[in-house]
Unconditional design. Sequence first.
Length: 484
Amino acid sequence: MQIYNTLTRQKEEFAPREPGKVAMYVCGPTTYNFIHLGNARPLVFFDTVRRYLQYKGYKVKYIQNFTDIDDKIINRAREEGEDPIRLAKRYVEEYYRDADALNVMRADVHPKVSEHLDDIVGMVKTLVDKGYAYVVDGDVYYNISRFRGYGKLSGRSLEDMQAGARVEVDRRKKHPMDFALWKAAKEGEPSWTSPWGAGRPGWHIECSAMSVKYLGNNFDIHGGGFDLIFPHHENEIAQTEAATGQPFARYWMHNGFITINQEKMSKSLGNFFLVREILDKFPPEIVRFFLLSTHYRSPLDFDDEKLSAAGRGLERVKNCLRALEEAVKTNPRPGVSNEDKALIDGLSEKVSRFNDAMDDDFNTALAVGILFDAVAEINAYLHGAAREGGAGMEALGRALEVIKTFNSVLGLFKTDRAGGIILEAQSGADSALVEGLIDIIINMRQEARARKDYAMADSLRNQLGKLGIILEDTPKGVRWKKQG
RNA sequence: GGCGACAUAGCCAAGUGGUAAGGCAGAGGACUGCAAAUCCUCCAUUCCCCAGUUCAAAUCUGGGUGUCGCCUCCA
């Protein structure tokens, strides 16, 4: 398996530090608002990485933090007149609602800054003691000039950065690019005690302290968005390697941006779409499918039209699944015919290509293409079986299994306890009553058709259609589904 | 100003030396009362432009054009 490593700027063969086990850390959101689509991309992508590694048989330890102490949170809390810690906590809960909807698995640990002050202060102290950090008026700064490898992740030199520095230089810093490990408390801000007085952690130190705490000094994969390469991850490396004296994360992975009209989506530009808003209009599996349809390192342009085109594509997969489940119910014939054998072999080839695609730096776009190939092959088989002797039990079982396998990695559809794919999340209000009513209408329409009253039949179908209920007349009877 | 990425059909998008996956949209046909779903067939002699390397390039090299990103909080 090959992984593109930002650190070396090339694909490398993946070999975890401990055979069979993978330790990974993904930078999570700062919780001062609902998450937007740009936040969702790394969530969904790295969740897929995790799922694939597990599918490959690795035991994965997956950590994703919440930044719940931060300037943006404090500012937001001030505007809302709410306690910052409470506000952050609220948005952590909201985060889970969105992430769960997108079928993102929970991390093994979701550490919060507010619960790791001891670890953070401990690491800052180590850096001060080792001479990598200095104290000025209760602030603690990292002295980047002391760290020889500074710039190795983002591929820039200290000189380049000094020339390009756009920020007003704080005269108290030894180097303009020195960054805060610890910020002295200001009036009215939450603060914690430390050897340097009351204050709070700088942004970068939390990930260093927490990742090392849960995964050790040199874990396998560290992930996040492209924009974290500099300064966040560069600084993490400087801090952690200086503190531990060992190399930090081994593979650095970064996902590309979501753009709107080819421009970066970001909170600062104000052109962002909340996951919550998008999920009001589209089912979550479409959003997830859309995110995985492009390679993770490429930019992905978002608009409603593209999402709905993706949804129309995903519908093919759903239809195939429905047809498959229906075929299984109509007592398939035992044994393995030549056609059955051809399908089973064809599907094995798809699985092998799917694995190859994912092995090549998690090429989910190619993997999705292979899913469609499998769907086309299954549909053609079902189509042929319909006019001949019927489908074979073993072939159908294999087809269902392959689609489920692909789904377990891509995480598009949620599954029930028995491992079955859930296609329609029926809301509680629906179910029995609605289904009963629809059956009554379908029967009325069938009677109309029987007496060739097509005007009535079509009218009933159209009216249901307006409510998002789609009827399909098949040789085996009428089938209905919800739109989307 | 420094550094970097990308440019493939109407749209989205794989493919990084061997002769263009897949999806959406579209055209024709089968099935159907009509639809829908599904199946079959078609839909880029060509991969931003120019030059070069090679038996062979969308893929490598050089130059140009365009778009985007990072250098400041940001996934």
